[in-house]
Design a protein around this ligand. Structure first.
Ligand SMILES: Cc1ncc(COP(=O)(O)O)c(C=O)c1O
Length: 380
């Protein structure tokens, strides 16, 4: 099976470790186990002692009940038996395609987004139709285009809400319109919701599972709960056939998720409100800082994100985005992601949910590089 290289992951793998100011990361500032215990007020010694007594079997094949109970709190209508734990949201997205997509199926997807959502179905021989999200329409999909592309052959519509990299947020009305189209052709909707709950207002951010019986929600512990190191995610849906198919396929590539990971995740989700409070504060405070920088820095522009942890920031210099990001990294240590990883030339993705000092210093370093580059171009 051939698959296109995963542009954003290749970029992160190559440069992330040595970055001085990492403002490319998409997780809300990750926490250590010590910080997690401090934040939740749980007894670390007791937790570790109890765990050390346990024999390391495969654990609960269909997921640790307390972990699934914690996930249910994040949805309005999802029950434990409607959840399939996976290896991160990466594993969840992959697993949905692996379980449900066959060669020739039509899959409608969007771009820019996390590349899995179009490159995996393409690699399985699906007829992938891309909807380009445009800056002019706030990176929201054109409903008429979805309607035109949706045919009886359409097996799945893939969306990502809130969106990585743009931070665009589809509201309930727009989601309902997509649901109505999907229902008319009996297609699934896969909604990658890894940034759900990271909103700029306190309104409940709806899940596709609250709106559609064939809606499939994918999420994880990585972004909203700052625990990417657990490598734990899930698929949630009311569709019993999907749950059955996913578990059946999962026997071939996972069996179960790790006992320790699920136990830590259960503890974190028991205190989800505390983690959410911390993380919403970070995304709200930091977006204000990013927004002020964009307003002051004459050579950049963006559509202000409505949710999530990332923004797509355009610059007006005549240099391609890989060159821009690589040269800036080498000169200043500021690490962002080239817009070309998302097929968005002359832009960079900034992850603004890192610790606030790193964000401030990183943005200063971007300005420093822009000024240097302008000077160089003037002297050329
Ligand atoms: C939209 C989206 N989905 C999935 C993932 C992968 O998340 P996880 O760490 O849970 O595998 C990412 C990570 O950047 C993402 O942005």
């Amino acid at each position: 099976m051939k698959i296109r290289p995963f542009a954003v992951e290749e970029w992160m793998n190559a440069w992330e470790t040595g970055a001085k100011y990492n403002i490319a990361e998409t997780c809300v500032d990750s926490v250590s186990l010590n910080e997690l215990f401090e934040l939740t007020g749980e007894d670390k010694e007791k937790f570790l002692e109890d765990f050390c007594e346990k024999r390391l079997t495969y654990g609960d094949i269909e997921g640790y009940p307390e972990f699934k109970k914690g996930i249910c709190k994040l949805y309005k209508t999802i029950k434990p038996e409607e959840i399939v734990p996976t290896h991160g949201a990466t594993g969840a997205n992959h697993h949905v395609f692996y379980s449900l997509i066959s060669p020739g199926d039509r899959v409608i997807s969007i771009r820019p987004t996390y590349q899995q959502l179009y490159s995996i179905p393409e690699s399985y021989g699906a007829d992938v139709q891309i909807i380009d999200l445009k800056k002019e329409t706030g990176y929201l999909p054109d409903i008429e285009e979805i309607r035109r592309l949706a045919t009886p052959e359409t097996r799945m519509i893939c969306i990502n809400n809130p969106n990585n990299p743009t931070g665009a947020l589809m509201d309930t009305e727009l989601l309902k319109e997509i649901v109505e189209i999907a229902r008319s052709v009996d297609a699934y909707i896969l909604c990658d919701e890894v940034y759900r709950h990271l909103t700029q207002s306190d309104e409940w951010c709806v899940s596709i599972t609250d709106l559609y019986e064939k809606g499939i929600s994918v999420s994880s512990m990585s972004k909203v709960f700052s625990l990417a190191g657990l490598r734990l995610g899930w698929i949630a849906t009311h569709d019993k056939d999907v749950i059955h198919s996913c578990f059946s396929h999962r026997d071939y590539n996972l069996i179960s998720c790790g006992m320790f990971d699920e136990k830590v995740a259960a503890l974190a989700l028991k205190h989800s409100e505390k983690l959410l409070e911390r993380n919403r504060k970070i995304v709200r405070d930091n977006l204000a800082i990013l927004d002020e920088w964009v307003r002051k820095e004459k050579h950049v522009s963006y559509i202000k994100p409505e949710a999530g942890t990332t923004a797509l920031v355009y610059y007006d210099l005549s240099v391609d985005s890989y060159m821009f990001c690589e040269e800036m990294y080498r000169q200043t240590g500021a690490f962002v992601t080239p817009g070309d990883c998302f097929e968005q030339p002359h832009s960079m993705r900034i992850g603004y949910a890192c610790d606030t000092e790193t964000l401030k210093k990183g943005l200063n370093a971007v300005s420093e590089y822009i000024n240097w580059k302008l000077e160089e171009q003037r002297n050329a």
